[in-house]
Design a protein around this ligand. Structure first.
Ligand SMILES: Cc1ncc(COP(=O)(O)O)c(C=O)c1O
Length: 428
């Protein structure tokens, strides 16, 4: 029997590590969830504009994925199979090939890594280094790629890198698109790489997110990404696109780069890949770059059999035709409209991001945090992002209904209005 824990049950504070994070902002005890609604143990409902940080793009407990998984378990389907051939893996590979890769003309192979995004990034960086015999990887300001040592070196955020308590190595950081006003950062990279005294070792790879999820929803332009792809090619480096947060439909298309005219050598994926919140990560790698020998990037949990079941359903249900993508374009517009209302309330505030990963830079982490905290009191789960946590960031499930979006934005703008009013009264 499980006992229902109350909000104030001290077991979390008593026993859970100080490393816990999201639960500090959303201090209740959650019990169940369906679609875009989470319910706590007191029965209170919350609209979820966080979606497991983009791990629940199709909402909580999608009924078709749930039914397929329940059937699989009830039929004693394989639960863990190392990387043995299983029917569920074959079915997932077939679906991914026919609905995702083939229509986009991608010849990439799928390499299953350990189940976290960070592990996929580690594998991608290792592949690039193995292919080129070079160490250096170019990563960008405000990039976030995970917190294991290799991925952490590529992560800009100093707080996270500080957690390593030692030097992180093998990465040169360059300004992302739009980072320094008036600076063409692609031209700068090209110039420094081409200059024998530019001080940058020949790179194994250039690693980027097309929209920096944790780094403040900085969206690179298609032209910038294309130029970076050309620079990578000209300098013998692999192009790695980290689509762990921006992929699986988050920007409005399955991959975040698919309308940019680039073909990355490597794509990293995790988060919403399983469709159901189950851990699974992979590296998509062009066949000529598929250089690891058997078990060279080993791991007990490479490919999660339950995730194969739900991921196959997710792909067949949402990506076998254009209908879902069309809905996403409509929802992206709804989000822009909702966030514009918020931005209009705050002098100097700016819209950030694109597709269904948009937010508002409200100018300070303190204000963004207060708005999100007030929104949570009113029943909306929403988080911040950016170097100073200054961006109020919407990462709602892509399946969120128009009515839920409207209700969520009402709560958000109401929360902002009440915070701004309190600040104004305090200043008077
Ligand atoms: C773009 C990007 N890459 C990598 C990661 C790391 O993934 P994980 O937390 O599953 O290790 C994240 C996590 O937020 C991410 O947003």
């Amino acid at each position: 029997m499980t006992t229902q824990k109350s909000v104030n049950d001290p077991v979390f504070a008593r026993r859970e590590s100080e490393a816990r994070s999201y639960c500090r902002s959303f201090d209740t005890t959650f019990a169940s969830a369906q679609g875009s609604i989470m319910t706590d143990t007191t029965g209170r409902e919350y609209i979820d504009f966080l979606a497991g940080c983009s791990s629940l793009n199709y909402g909580h407990n999608d009924p078709d994925m749930k039914a397929a998984l329940v059937d699989h378990i009830a039929g004693d389907g394989i639960a863990h199979g190392l990387d043995l051939h299983t029917q569920t893996k074959a079915d997932f590979l077939e679906a991914f090939e026919s609905h995702i890769l083939a229509p986009r003309g991608m010849d990439h192979r799928l390499m299953f890594t350990g189940p976290t995004g960070a592990n996929a990034v580690e594998a991608a960086m290792k592949i690039a280094r193995k292919v080129t015999g070079r160490t250096n990887i170019i990563a960008f300001t405000n990039g976030f790629h995970g917190v294991t040592m290799g991925a952490l070196a590529a992560t800009g955020n100093g707080y996270h890198r500080g957690g390593a308590a030692m030097d992180t190595q093998g990465v040169t950081r360059m300004p992302f698109d739009g980072y320094a006003e008036g600076v063409d950062s692609a031209a700068l990279l090209e110039q420094m790489l081409s200059d024998a005294s530019g001080g940058i070792d020949a790179p194994a790879a250039i690693l980027l997110e097309t929209v920096q999820g944790e780094g403040g929803l900085n969206a690179a332009s298609a032209g910038w990404v294309r130029r970076i792809a050309e620079i990578a090619k000209a300098h013998g480096a692999l192009l790695i696109i980290d689509d762990i947060q921006a992929g699986c439909g988050r920007t409005g298309t399955f991959f975040s780069f698919e309308e940019m005219g680039v073909t990355p050598d490597i794509v990293t994926m995790a988060k919403s890949l399983s469709g159901f919140g189950l851990p699974m990560a992979l590296v998509l790698v062009r066949p000529e770059r598929d250089v690891f020998g058997p078990a060279e990037h080993n791991g007990t949990f490479r490919g999660n059999t339950h995730a194969f079941v739900t991921a196959r359903v997710a792909i067949e249900k949402f990506w076998s035709d254009k209908a879902f993508e069309e809905e996403l374009a409509h929802k992206a517009t709804l989000i822009t409209t909702g966030l514009q209302q918020l931005a209009d309330m705050i002098p100097g505030a700016k819209l950030k991001g694109r597709g269904l990963m948009q937010g508002v830079d409200v100018g300070s982490g303190e204000l963004a945090g207060e708005i999100c905290a007030r929104a949570f009191e009113q029943g909306l789960i929403i988080e911040t992002s950016g170097a100073e946590d200054e961006v109020v960031k919407v990462l709602a499930p892509l399946t969120t209904t128009d009515a839920e979006f409207r209700k969520g934005f009402d709560i958000l703008t109401g929360a902002a209005a009440s915070i701004l009013e309190t600040t104004k009264i305090a200043a008077e």
